[in-house]
Design a protein around this ligand. Structure first.
Ligand SMILES: [Zn+2]
Length: 303
């Protein structure tokens, strides 16, 4: 896209989507979901040479869903609002810091993107970008309410809508770091988009995670063999770091409500049902947060 003409009124929103915006800078590392061609950002659209075009929403994200059926439905507005409340309250700050430190420590020297798959509102991505001041970030999520926030989460973060279980609209080798935080793991796609020597930083709940909230939060218990399953799914990678992060949090009713609405239970409980269950709890509920953060390196090309 050509520089914005000087005659344009100051503060025009069109300047937001110029080549100097995060989406404009990240666009050449995206690929068209229809034909796989490279994308360029121009005139508030992402377009490929074959003429497929995708509008940039007013809030700054672009939907590259490609029109097929999604296997992972995105969070609705209620769940996204709950997530924002909970994360803004700082309950997961030790987790966010651990992810940022490990990403900065193990990122390869190239300047590949930081791609957060199912990155929600861009909360963890923002912390990683602060820790990696030369990198640009991309939040990929299926949820429109989440993308609206993710597009504004950090000056160096772009946000696109896509099915995180499908082929990601990201060019092969474009990422230096991939984040997967409590997210479905599409390992084949993680491997494809990572540059050789790039790393996946994966956060996964341990069996004791939020155990005090019992069935209220975890409609489906955490599989105690989850760590082994995770290691098996990344068997083509080299695990170069593993950190277990455990801390205690004290939750008020609204926090319990929020953490519940963030998880899969939210899809099975009505608002009224959740309210009734939370009302029966003590005013302050102590809970353990127990998360495993691992770093997996994609094999570098041998010379
Ligand atoms: Zn195309």
């Amino acid at each position: 896209m050509a520089p914005v003409p000087s005659g344009r009124p100051a503060g025009s929103s069109s300047t937001t989507y110029s080549q100097t915006s995060a989406l404009g800078i990240v666009a050449p590392r995206l690929r068209c979901p229809s034909c796989g061609g490279p994308l360029r950002c121009a005139d508030r659209r992402l377009a490929c040479p074959a003429g497929h075009a995708f509008d940039v929403a007013r809030q700054g994200y672009a939907n590259l869903a490609g029109g097929h059926r999604w296997r992972h439905r995105g969070d609705d507005a209620r769940m996204v609002a709950a997530r924002v409340r909970f994360l803004d309250a700082g309950h997961y700050r030790p987790l966010t810091s651990t992810i940022a430190v490990l990403a900065a420590e193990h990122a390869p020297p190239c300047e590949g993107l930081v791609v957060d798959i199912a990155g929600g509102t861009g909360h963890h991505l923002s912390a990683v970008l602060d820790a990696c001041p030369r990198r640009y970030g991309l939040c990929v999520d299926a949820s429109t309410p989440a993308l609206r926030r993710a597009a504004r989460a950090h000056p160096r973060a772009a946000a696109i809508g896509a099915d995180v279980w499908g082929t990601l609209p990201v060019r092969s080798g474009a990422a230096g770091v991939v984040l997967s935080v409590f997210a479905p793991r599409n390992v084949a796609e993680i491997e494809r988009i990572l540059t050789p020597g790039g790393v996946a930083v994966v956060a996964s709940p341990r069996p004791t995670h939020l155990q005090e909230l019992g069935r209220l939060v975890r409609a489906i218990g955490i599989d105690p063999r989850k760590p082994e399953r995770l290691a098996a799914s990344f068997r083509r990678f080299e695990r170069i770091a593993l950190q277990e992060v455990t801390w205690r949090i004290a939750l008020r009713h609204e926090d319990v409500q929020a953490v519940t609405a963030m998880g899969p239970t939210a899809r099975h409980l009505s608002d009224d049902d959740l309210h009734r269950r939370v009302a029966r709890l003590p005013d302050l509920v102590g809970a353990t947060v127990a998360v495993e953060v691992s770093v997996h390196r994609r094999e570098a090309l041998t010379r």
